[in-house]
Design a protein around this ligand. Structure first.
Ligand SMILES: [Fe+2]
Length: 250
């Protein structure tokens, strides 16, 4: 009998390889399965992982990543944020993502790109090299993005999964609230895969807010990896999500 994480992976692979006409239906099915996932399903011990950051361990990473599965279609893993830590503002280029809190509570602040508001701002204020030079504080010019703040939510394990899409909530930062927290993260396609017809790979960019250019619309500037953010890894202790796939293909 398959368990919940196997069901999640199976539906994720179906969804992210499906034809456009059935993609939305498959994504809804995936969300419904992910909504039911619990920390127990993946044998997550937040007490062990989330409380590692203490004065006797000054070099401990603020965030731990547990890799569950990755192929060319989908990445699935768990982020564990220690108390008062956060994932910096970052993007997911041309990607879909589902995030399900498994333990604790997180605040997710999400921005959308290519909305009617951001397109209007961009048409009124051209982003030029000159703007970059002035605002980059003599750092090498980096990419500017206009993004609309579209949600700022506190989410815990009783909440449904959160969805991000190529233009919707594609840039976010995630804070732990009132203690350590952990969430499942499903991304498709994975980072470092090629963006079709662009000549670019999907690499993760970090941002800081440069200016507020209209109500709820911000200009974000790409920055280097913030020095306060890094991750370590922990082994996945849950059931093998691929067992069901293998038995079905035999
Ligand atoms: Fe993310």
């Amino acid at each position: 009998m398959s368990n919940q994480i196997q069901n999640v992976l199976k539906q994720a692979l179906i969804t992210f390889t499906s034809k456009p006409e059935v993609f939305a239906t498959n994504l809804q099915l995936l969300s419904a399965i992910v909504d039911k996932l619990t920390a127990d399903d993946v044998k997550l011990d937040i007490r062990k992982l989330g409380n590692k950051d203490n004065p006797s361990e000054p070099g401990a990473a603020p965030v731990t990543y547990i890799d569950i599965y990755e192929d060319a279609t989908v990445t699935m893993g768990i982020f564990v944020l220690k108390q008062n830590k956060k994932l910096p503002l970052h993007n997911h280029p041309e990607m879909h993502g589902l995030l399900k809190v498994l333990s604790g509570k997180v605040r997710i602040i999400s921005y959308s790109i290519n909305t009617s508001k951001t397109l209007e701002v961009d048409s009124q204020t051209r982003i030029t090299d000159n703007v970059q030079r002035h605002n980059a504080l003599k750092l090498a010019p980096r990419r500017l993005v206009t993004a609309e703040l579209t949600s700022d939510d506190i989410v815990d394990s009783t909440c449904k999964s959160c969805l991000l899409e190529p233009n919707e909530k594609n840039i976010h930062e995630i804070h732990s609230v009132d203690g350590p927290a952990a969430f499942l993260d499903i991304l498709a396609p994975p980072y470092m895969t090629e963006i079709p017809n662009s000549g670019h790979s999907r690499y993760c960019s970090y941002y800081s807010i440069l200016s507020n250019v209209a109500p709820n619309v911000f200009r974000l500037q790409e920055i280097r990896n913030p020095p306060w953010y890094w991750t370590d890894t922990a082994p996945y202790a849950g059931p093998d999500p691929t067992v069901d796939l293998e038995s079905e293909s035999n």
